[in-house]
Design a protein around this ligand. Structure first.
Ligand code: CA
Length: 525
């Protein structure tokens, strides 16, 4: 075991700086400054042991990031110098090595902590989100859960003997984000010699699921949880998103990308005006009754070829939009929303998150050929996934009463055109919480869900996505100011909208520029 010599962070609070965090409307706690960057003593969370603690001084300034499969983070400028303390944990016989990184600004710490989540099969993000947290005056925290930072690799889920690697699965599912919260607070306190004033979770996709996991299982970890496009009901979602390929393979019909796009555009065109404004966005795809059979016989020009839409194409699209069903035709899970891009879930090899889930976790055969799954076998896999993994990674417990009692606040937004995680899963979870906890008004006292028309997975698309949801969460937690709406904009700032808390929707006022937020109001339905 390697363990570096530990040194106490000797520098006391050196200066109080004026508030620079412009995204929060009211005064934050006084800021802290320290010039030291050395390993600190760390208390191991229960059941874990500390393997090492390392400290690296980071110069800040303009920070750039390598390309990832999911995003190309823009450089972040004017980052203060910071100290990154990396704690490696293990869990007895598990023999795992879990890294927790804590990034501590050497000037301008506001007393807040922000833990950032991961994507797909990566548990955390040691890049842009951590640096952004530092720039915004937080101590930033993230963890790798002891699994590779490779997004789609699931080989870690199985041992050399081909059995489920339960400690790693537990790390990835629930344990590591909790331990990162505990270690992050401990390291921050020791570094600045001052307690964390407020702690926040910030994640999308897998990071969204992790935020809900914290609210469900460790309600005292965070004062505020921002958990967007969350992969809740993971055991269902991670099989359901294989459905488009199962349909194509079983029906032996493989519409080209252009044909899929033609269906998507036809649905948007048919249902666009239903929300009161023709703007290329369908506010409620679930209420869009566009029938894909109406495109049969249409010619679609594409990359120098011409396709004629067939009845079989329309049937594939109908099944993808309707969502997976069991062998008796009963609906298993929501489908791809009308208006969302098909190309990920209907890709030639299938959605990789779903393929990896079925191969490594459910079937426990890395070479399992998902392209051969019959409808009946698909339903069996779906049921097995729920049976075996709902308690492990389902993140589907609707009882948030401990989180509410602890004073926690939870904000989520989901895009109506989410092309990776059908938003119906989050809406179902929200309805389950409402049933469990006294209806939408009582739930809105601590948990607000915002539906973003025209927005794709986590960001992008034709619609307006929240511009400062974290700032809204901070205002709610620290000043009791519940967000009546979330201001949102598209990427090029040509479209603005104030998103409304579910079950309200933003509704066009019938007059005014549809690109302006003031042209909409929140309506009950
Ligand atoms: Ca519209």
């Amino acid at each position: 075991m390697r363990r570096k010599k530990l040194l106490l962070a000797a520098a006391p609070l050196a200066a109080l700086l004026p508030l620079v965090l412009t995204s929060v409307t009211q005064t934050a706690p006084a800021e802290a400054t320290t010039s030291s960057c050395s390993p600190v003593p760390v208390s191991a969370p229960p059941g874990a042991q500390i393997e090492s603690v390392e400290a690296v001084r980071k110069p800040g300034g303009t920070v750039t990031f390598p390309q990832t499969p999911f995003s190309a983070p823009a450089p972040i400028t004017d980052v203060p110098a910071y100290c990154e303390i990396t704690v490696t944990l293990t869990h007895g016989k598990a023999g795992d090595h879990v890294k927790v990184a804590v990034a501590l600004p050497q000037t301008g710490w506001t007393g807040r902590l922000q833990a950032v989540g991961g994507s797909a099969y990566t548990a955390g993000d040691f890049g842009a989100p951590l640096v952004q947290a530092v720039k915004d005056g937080y101590s930033g925290v993230t963890t790798d859960a002891g699994v590779p930072l490779t997004f789609l690799d699931t080989s870690w889920a199985l041992t050399a003997e081909g059995e489920l690697n339960k400690p790693l699965v537990k790390n990835f599912s629930t344990r590591s984000v909790h331990e990162a919260a505990v270690v992050g607070k401990d390291v921050t306190q020791r570094f600045y010699q001052r307690d964390v004033t407020y702690s926040y979770w910030n994640g999308c996709s897998t990071g969204g699921r992790q935020g809900y996991s914290e609210a469900q299982r460790y309600p005292g970890d965070f004062d505020g949880v921002l958990a967007n496009a969350p992969a809740v009901h993971w055991a269902e979602f991670a099989v359901a998103t294989l459905w488009p390929r199962v349909v194509m393979n079983q029906d032996k019909t493989f519409p080209s990308d252009c044909v899929f796009t033609a269906f998507r555009q036809a649905a948007i065109k048919a249902c666009d005006g239903r929300d009161g404004v023709t703007n290329g966005i369908v506010d409620r795809p679930d209420e869009c009754s566009y029938d894909p059979r109406s495109l049969i016989g249409t010619k679609v020009a594409c990359e120098g070829k011409e396709f004629t839409v067939t009845a079989a194409d329309a049937e594939v699209v109908r099944k993808i939009w309707a969502g997976p069903t069991d062998e008796h035709g009963r609906r298993l899970w929501p489908g791809l929303p009308k208006g969302a891009d098909f190309s990920q879930l209907a890709s030639p090899t299938g959605f990789p998150v779903a393929v990896g889930w079925v191969q490594s976790f459910v079937k426990k055969q890395p070479g399992f050929d998902t392209s051969k799954l019959t409808y009946r076998q698909f339903a069996d896999v779906f049921r097995q996934s729920v049976r075996e993994f709902d308690d492990v990674i389902g993140t589907s417990d609707p009882d948030l009463s401990d989180f509410r009692r602890a004073g926690g606040k939870l904000i989520s937004f989901v895009g109506s055109d989410d092309q990776l995680i059908p938003p119906g899963g989050t809406l179902q979870y929200r309805r389950e919480v409402e049933r469990e906890m006294g209806g939408p008004q009582r739930v809105n006292d601590f948990y607000r869900l915002f539906f973003a028309p025209g927005v794709a997975h986590c960001s992008g698309g034709a619609g307006a996505a929240p511009t400062n949801a974290l700032g809204a969460l901070v205002d709610w937690v620290e000043h009791g100011k519940a967000p009546a709406t979330l201001p949102a904009a598209n990427r090029d700032q040509t479209l603005a909208r104030d998103l409304c808390p579910y079950p309200q929707v933003s509704r066009y006022r019938s007059h005014g520029d549809p690109a302006l937020a003031t042209s909409y109001r929140c309506a009950s339905h």
